[in-house]
Design a protein around this ligand. Structure first.
Ligand code: SF4
Length: 167
């Protein structure tokens, strides 16, 4: 897969650009509804995608090799879906032909996340919805990959307390 093909898998939902919290003692992961400071909360687009890793040092550049060690991608993320052996869902822009279907399916964070500069303590913004498949999105296509090839299968995921945008 070429880099442009890889990048085109990203549906632009912005879910990976929400801060996450990880409990020190259990490793349990909690999504929050607080966006990375570079994320435009009304469009779910990165305000400086080309320079994001210079401006947000813990922003992760996703690659196929890293997927097995990452446990914080939302269940709707196309990179996770592909790694799990699933087809892309009908609302994915590569299937629908329209970027708007991500928002119509309730997958985009646009208009429903909190700007980092206004948020205050992240602990007050823990939310379940970023880690769930919205009802409007419908069921995900079935998984075909063997379990040990899937993301989240490895217990040695990076112990980051906070994560930035990943695409
Ligand atoms: S990398 Fe995944 S979670 Fe992040 S914006 Fe793209 S599709 Fe959404």
């Amino acid at each position: 897969m070429t880099r442009p093909e890889w990048e085109s898998l990203c549906d632009g939902c912005g879910r990976c650009c929400l801060h996450k919290l990880r409990e020190d003692d259990t490793g349990a992961l909690h999504f929050t509804e607080v966006a990375c400071r570079l994320l435009d909360t009304s469009t779910a687009r990165c305000a400086d995608y080309a320079n994001r890793r210079a401006r947000v040092p813990d922003c992760v550049k996703l690659s196929a090799g890293k997927l097995g060690r990452i446990d914080w991608l939302p269940p709707t993320c196309a990179y996770r879906l592909v790694a799990e052996g699933r087809d892309l869902p009908s609302w994915h822009p590569l299937v629908s032909g329209r970027a708007e279907t991500v928002r119509e399916a309730g997958v985009s964070v646009a208009g429903r996340c909190v700007a980092e500069r206004r948020a205050g303590p992240l602990e007050k913004h823990i939310a379940l919805w970023p880690g769930r498949v919205p009802k409007r999105a419908g069921p995900l296509p079935p998984a075909n990959a063997p379990p040990d090839a899937r993301p989240n299968a490895r217990p040695d995921a990076p112990p980051d307390a906070l994560q930035g945008p990943a695409a």
